[in-house]
Design a protein around this ligand. Sequence first.
Ligand code: NDP
Ligand code: HSE
Length: 438
Amino acid sequence: MDTTKVALVGMGTVGTGVARLLCEEGDRLAHHAGRRIELAKVVVSDTSKGRDIRLPKGVLTDDLDEVVADPEITTVAPLIGGLEPERTIVLSLLGHGKNIVTANKALLAEYGPELFDRARELGRSIAFEAAVAGGVPIIANISQCLSANQIMSLQGILNGTSNFILSQMESVGAAYADAVAEAQRLGYAEADPAMDVDGSDAAQKLGILAHLAFGARVHWRDIPRVGIDKLELADIQFADELGYRIRLLAVARLVDNELELHVSPTLVRANTPLADVSGAFNAVSVEGDAVGPLLFHGLGAGQMPTASAVVADLIDTVVGRTAITFRTLELWSRREAMVDARDFDQVPGRFYMRFAVQDHPGVMSEITGALGRNGVSIASIIQHESGRLGRDEVPLVLMTHQTTEGAAARAVREIDRLASVSAPSVRMRVHDAAVAGK
Ligand code: NDP
Ligand code: HSE
């Protein structure tokens, strides 16, 4: 049986999982690949650091040149994270004839066009299944298995860390900071978890999916996004009272040839598939015009689920499958957008709003007046008798009927200027449908 040599750069959470599969499951992988895949080198920044895995002698190194200089190493997975030095390393590896496997969505969202152009120029490939939704094979499904379809919508929980934090808060009433620390300890979070909790990581992944599924050319920074970092336990409790769970939802929806795109904490009706996604699980609900609704569900973060996707990409690359996909599919190959982004102000939706108001006569009419002036209609209101926010102050929670992002935002801005409102208001989208597209 032939042997193909591969290498890793970085051996943290994901790299360790990949090394484990390559070293401990060699026979199984050889059976699936039709050749043996040898882990020839693992480049780390500090070779003296204790590792969770014992590698064969001579594999661990801190010298990237040992990979670059070995012509038998055909494919390399840089698994460092962040933008630099990973971008420079990828460009250098491509320049030395290596194919790339990456799990780094931040890198692709920022430098995808540059890296893909360079790979094409040099006749190399870049595989990136692990970059979106970890172990869930969403990239292959969107770019290959669903190629007969016009994707109509795609809605997903794309950040495992945020979903884990929300689940911890809702199931055991965990404090936000404790849940973040636990997500870090379990290896779900990025080196800087701010990207996880402020919606950036999900926006980067949504940008990649929108690129593949719709031919959108929106930079991730231009995707309207709100994270879970300002969320309070009170909102999770009110959502529960109203029959909803809060999930960080990433949405791309084709409406009248324009693409609605956003990431935001959203009230999702309880006992529906997206509401039931818990812990570090991700889910992507896709609707294609031929296939109808589909739901992909699985672990979106963590060592072995992510390693599963990286190793599958390594196999696909060494057997030549990635090269075909990379050559034939429209992956960052064309510059002009096939669809324009919809003006976010015009995006329709229902909203949950929570106001911290003084418990005085006339306050309710000030709030409803501001909503009415902006054309926002109220569907239901909750105000409990005892103040949960402190003396003389009560949370006023309401659900609106269908309106637009712009109208809801203008109403909340006006309400936040009222003297009777003592803290910035909370506003979240509401998702009532059980599946994508509705
Ligand atoms: P970690 O922070 O756990 O590991 C990063 C590794 O990179 C460390 O082993 C570190 O080396 C190494 N490193 C840092 N700088 C260099 C350098 N200059 N040269 C060589 N090695 C270097 O990250 P993760 O494993 O969690 O993430 C890796 C990638 O996978 C990221 O892009 C992330 O977004 C992505 N990803 C992660 C998931 C997860 O669940 N963790 C899920 C999906 C994708 P040393 O050990 O010596 O310090
Ligand atoms: N930090 C990311 C998450 C890892 O929590 O989803 C997977 O991309």
